[in-house]
Design a protein around this ligand. Structure first.
Ligand SMILES: [Zn+2]
Ligand SMILES: [Zn+2]
Length: 396
C-alpha cells in the first residue's frame, strides 16, 4: 500500500511508455510527483480507519467478547435530550467551585458495547490481581521495577512523547529518539500514538464543553475512568459545528511525516501489549508480572487520568483560558510536571508546563537537557507578552 501511494498516476494506471518518435502529450509540470491531494486523501482514509476502529484494540475486544459468548449492545448515539434529561443533581465537589452533574448511569441501567465489556473485564482482572497478589509478591525490588516502568512508560512515554511532542509538537528531536519515546508511550497501554494524540487534541479544542469526552462537568467518575468504559457516551459528545471526536479525520503531523512507523505501531499494538506482559512474567516471574505489568499499567493510567479529572477540578486558575483547567502542585509532582494544567491549556504548544521557577517540571528539565546536548530543537515556550495577555486580572 505504501509503494502504491507514491506511484505516478501513469504507472498506477498501468500505462506503457510511448513508442520512439511519438509525440509526447504535454503534461503539467511535476506530473510525476505524488499528488498532494491524493496523499491527503490516503492519509484521511488511514486515520478514518483508526478513528472508527481504534486500531487493533477494538479487534481484540470484539474477538475476546465473542470467545466468551457474551451478548453486547451495538455502539449507539446517546441523544443530547437523553443526556439533559439525566436524573442527577448538580453539585460542587469539596474545595472546588466547579459545578458537576453526572449525565449517564455509570454501571447499572445502561448499555454495554463489546469494547466496554472487554475493558471492564480487563480492568477488573488487573485490579483483582494487583489487590490480591500485590502484597503477596511485594519486595523492594518489585517496587523499584514498578517505579522504573512508570518513569519509562509514564514519564518518557506519555508526558514527554505522547503529550508534549506528538500531540502538541512542542519540540523536535532526531527521528530514532522520537520513535523510542513513542514506543515507551505505547507501553503505558493507553492506545497507539495516533489514537491518543487525536483524542487529546480534541480535548483541547473542546475543553469542558458538551463535545469534551472526559470533562468533570459530566461527573467526576466519568472524567477519570468512566469515559473509558462507556464508548457510546464518550463518542456521542459532540460540537454543533465539528461533530464528534470520531468525525475529525485530520491526520496528526507525526503520522504525515512518518506514516511507516506509526502505521506499524498502530497495527501491531496489541502484540506489543501481550508481549510486554509475557516478557515481565518470563524475566521476573510472578512478582515481575504483578508489579512490572499489572500494578505499573494501572498506576500509570490512573496518573494520566488525574490530568483529565483532578486538574480540571482542584487548583489555581491564573489564566483566562475559558475552561476549568487548573494548576495542581500535587498532581504535577506525580505526573512529571503535567499537573501545571492551567498553564498547559493557556499555552498548549509550550514544551514547559511549569512556567514559574518553583513549578517543578521534570519532563521540561529533560527537554532542556536534550536541547543543551543538541538532541532537541524548536523547543517552544510562551513569550512574556503572550503570558501578560492571558494573565487573569483580579479586581481590587
Ligand atoms: Zn495537552
Ligand atoms: Zn485538560
Amino acid at each position: 500500500m505504501q509503494s502504491a501511494r507514491f506511484r505516478t498516476p501513469a504507472a498506477a494506471a498501468g500505462r506503457r511508455a510511448p513508442p520512439p518518435g511519438a509525440r509526447t502529450p504535454r503534461r503539467p509540470r511535476c506530473a510525476a510527483a505524488p499528488r498532494p491531494e491524493a496523499q491527503t486523501q490516503q492519509q484521511r482514509l488511514e486515520v478514518e480507519r483508526v478513528s472508527s476502529s481504534q486500531g487493533s484494540r477494538k479487534a481484540v475486544s470484539q474477538a475476546f467478547v465473542k470467545l466468551l459468548g457474551l451478548t453486547t449492545a451495538p455502539k449507539r448515539e446517546v441523544a443530547a435530550e437523553e443526556i439533559e434529561a439525566a436524573p442527577y443533581r448538580p453539585y460542587s465537589p469539596p474545595l472546588s467551585d466547579l459545578e458537576v452533574r453526572q449525565k449517564r448511569p455509570y454501571f447499572r441501567g445502561r448499555s454495554w458495547t463489546d469494547t466496554d465489556v472487554a475493558r471492564l473485564i480487563f480492568y477488573s482482572a488487573m485490579t483483582g490481581t494487583s489487590v490480591v497478589l500485590g502484597p503477596l509478591t511485594y519486595s523492594p525490588q518489585a517496587l523499584e521495577l514498578m517505579l522504573a516502568g512508570y518513569v519509562i512508560s509514564g514519564g518518557l512515554g506519555i508526558s514527554l512523547s505522547y503529550h508534549r511532542q506528538l500531540s502538541h509538537k512542542s519540540f523536535r528531536c532526531p527521528k530514532p529518539l522520537e520513535y523510542f519515546f513513542a514506543y515507551c508511550g505505547a507501553l503505558a497501554f493507553e492506545g497507539d500514538p495516533i489514537e491518543w494524540a487525536k483524542g487529546h487534541t480534541w480535548h483541547h479544542k473542546h475543553s469542558d464543553t458538551p463535545a469534551d469526552r472526559h470533562s468533570p462537568r459530566d461527573g467526576l467518575w466519568h472524567s477519570h475512568w468512566g469515559w473509558v468504559l462507556d464508548e457510546s457516551y464518550a463518542d456521542s459528545r459532540r460540537d454543533p459545528k465539528s461533530g464528534s471526536c470520531k468525525d475529525d479525520l485530520a491526520a496528526p503531523w507525526f503520522f504525515v511525516e512518518s506514516p511507516g512507523f506509526y502505521t506499524w505501531l498502530r497495527d501491531t499494538y496489541m502484540m506489543h501489549m501481550l508481549g510486554q506482559a509475557v516478557a515481565f512474567a518470563a524475566l521476573g516471574g510472578l512478582p515481575g508480572f504483578v508489579w512490572g505489568f499489572c500494578i505499573r499499567v494501572l498506576f500509570t493510567q490512573n496518573m494520566t487520568w488525574l490530568v483529565n479529572s483532578a486538574v480540571h477540578v482542584w487548583g489555581d486558575q491564573p489564566w483566562a483560558t475559558g475552561d476549568s483547567s487548573r494548576n495542581n502542585a500535587l498532581v504535577a509532582a506525580l505526573v512529571f510536571g503535567d499537573g501545571w494544567h492551567a498553564n498547559h491549556h493557556a499555552f498548549p504548544s509550550s514544551a514547559a508546563h511549569g512556567l514559574e521557577p518553583w513549578q517543578v517540571d521534570p519532563s521540561y528539565a529533560l527537554i532542556r537537557g536534550m536541547e543543551a546536548a543538541g538532541l532537541a530543537w524548536d523547543v517552544k515556550r510562551p513569550t512574556q507578552e503572550q503570558m501578560e495577555r492571558l494573565r487573569r486580572r483580579h479586581e481590587p
